[in-house]
Design a protein around this ligand. Structure first.
Ligand SMILES: [Ca+2]
Ligand SMILES: [Ca+2]
Ligand SMILES: [Ca+2]
Ligand SMILES: [Ca+2]
Length: 356
C-alpha cells in the first residue's frame, strides 16, 4: 500500500508546484496566454500539412530492407523544380484527398474534448512483434525535431520510457507500431535487435507540449520524432495485478479522475480522486484489488519437456523466474463471483479476499 501512496504524493507535489508557478505571475516567469485548443489545432494542422507536402524522404532505402533503422532516414525539402533526386524518393503527403496515396497516414483522436489529427510514417510495416498498449513501458532510440528541421532532443542508445509520463502524442502513436521480432545479447553488453519497429510521428502542439515552452521549443509548436521501437513491456503502475491498460475504464487512452461523481466519466471507480491505475483498492470496499483476484503458481519443469501454460482470458502474469530449468510462474485471475458482469475488484458489494 505504501508504494502507491508515496508515489502519488510526489505526483501531487509536482502538480502543485507547477500551478504555483502559474499563479504568481511575476518573478521572471513568462506568462503564456492559454489558447483555445480547437483554434490552435486548426493552425497546427495547416503547418503540419504544409511541412509534409513540401518534404520528401528516401523511401527507396526502406523498401525490401529486412532490418531498417531510423538513422537511415533522410527527410529533405522538395527542391524548387519539384523534381526529386531519386526516382524512389517520396513526398510525405500529397493532399490529393486520398490518404492511401500518402507516405504518412493520418490518424484522428479526441483528447481534452478536441479532435486532433496526427501523422505517422511507418518505415518498417511488419506482422511480427508486439505492439505497446498506450500505458506500457517502451525501450527505444529517438530523435525529436521541429518543423524547421532542427533536432531538439535525442537518444542514440536505447532508453526506457513509461508512456503514461510522456506527452500524449506518444501514447496515441506507439500502439500503431511493433517492437523487435527478436534480440541477441552481445558479449560486450550491447543488444542486437532484429526487425524492430521504425517510424516517424508528426504531432500538433495539442498532443505535444501545447502551452509549455520546452527544451528550446517555443509554446504552441508542432513537433516530430523519429524512433526505433525495440521492446515493450506491459505496465501495472500500482502493482495490483491488473495491467494498467485495463484500468482505462472510459476507454479514452488516458487516465483521469471523474469530473462528475454521479456519471463517473473518468477512470475512478470509487470516486476517491485516485484513478484506478494508481488505486490499490479500486472499488473502495476495503479489500485491496490484488486480494480480489485469484492467484495461482505454476511450476514448469523444462528439463522434462514441460511447456508454459497458455493463460486464460482474464489471467495475468505477476512474476516469472527460472532456476535450473524450473520456471516458476505466478498469475492472477479476475473473478466475477456473482456473475453480474461486474468483476469482483470493481464491485463494492463483493468483498471476497481470495488470499485469506
Ligand atoms: Ca494496476
Ligand atoms: Ca481513461
Ligand atoms: Ca479510485
Ligand atoms: Ca476492493
Amino acid at each position: 500500500m505504501r508504494k502507491g501512496k508515496v508515489a502519488l504524493s510526489i505526483l501531487c507535489l509536482v502538480v502543485g508546484f507547477l500551478s504555483c508557478n502559474k499563479d504568481d505571475g511575476g518573478g521572471g516567469i513568462t506568462e503564456i496566454e492559454l489558447r483555445d485548443r480547437t483554434e490552435q489545432q486548426a493552425k497546427d494542422k495547416d503547418s503540419l500539412i504544409k511541412y509534409l507536402s513540401t518534404h520528401y524522404y528516401n523511401a527507396g532505402d526502406f523498401e525490401g530492407n529486412p532490418n531498417p533503422k531510423s538513422a537511415d532516414l533522410i527527410i529533405k525539402k522538395v527542391p524548387e523544380s519539384g523534381i526529386l533526386p531519386n526516382a524512389t524518393d517520396k513526398v510525405l503527403y500529397t493532399d490529393d484527398g486520398n490518404n492511401d496515396n500518402d507516405a504518412v497516414k493520418t490518424k484522428t483522436v479526441v483528447f481534452k474534448e478536441t479532435t486532433y489529427e496526427f501523422y505517422i510514417l511507418d518505415l518498417n510495416p511488419k506482422e511480427t512483434g508486439t505492439s505497446p498498449n498506450f500505458s506500457d513501458q517502451i525501450r527505444l532510440n529517438y530523435e525529436g525535431f521541429t518543423l524547421d528541421d532542427k533536432v531538439f532532443d535525442s537518444a542514440v542508445t536505447p532508453v526506457d520510457f513509461d508512456l503514461v509520463s510522456l506527452i500524449p502524442g506518444w501514447r496515441k502513436v506507439m500502439p500503431f507500431f511493433k517492437a523487435a521480432e527478436s534480440f541477441a545479447n552481445n558479449e560486450d553488453g550491447t543488444v542486437d535487435y532484429m526487425n524492430h519497429g521504425v517510424g516517424v510521428m508528426f504531432l500538433p502542439s495539442g498532443l505535444a507540449y501545447f502551452s509549455q515552452a520546452q527544451g528550446g521549443i517555443p509554446a504552441y509548436r508542432s513537433i516530430a520524432f523519429k524512433f526505433d521501437l525495440f521492446q515493450t513491456a506491459i505496465a501495472d503502475h500500482d502493482n495490483d495485478g491488473i495491467p494498467s491498460y485495463l484500468e482505462d475504464i472510459n476507454g479514452d487512452g488516458e487516465f483521469t479522475i471523474n469530473t462528475d461523481a454521479d456519471t463517473k466519466d473518468g477512470d475512478d471507480t470509487d470516486s476517491d480522486n485516485i484513478p484506478n491505475y494508481f488505486d490499490l483498492d479500486d472499488d473502495g470496499d476495503g479489500v485491496p484489488t490484488i486480494n480480489e483476484l485469484e492467484s495461482k503458481t505454476y511450476s514448469i519443469n523444462t528439463n522434462q519437456g514441460e511447456e508454459e501454460p497458455v493463460l486464460g482470458a482474464k489471467e495475468f502474469k505477476i512474476s516469472r523466474s527460472e532456476s535450473e530449468g524450473i520456471i516458476t510462474l505466478k498469475t492472477v485471475t479476475i473473478k466475477d463471483s456473482n456473475s453480474d458482469g461486474i468483476d469482483d475488484y470493481l464491485d463494492k458489494d463483493i468483498a471476497i479476499n481470495y488470499n485469506e
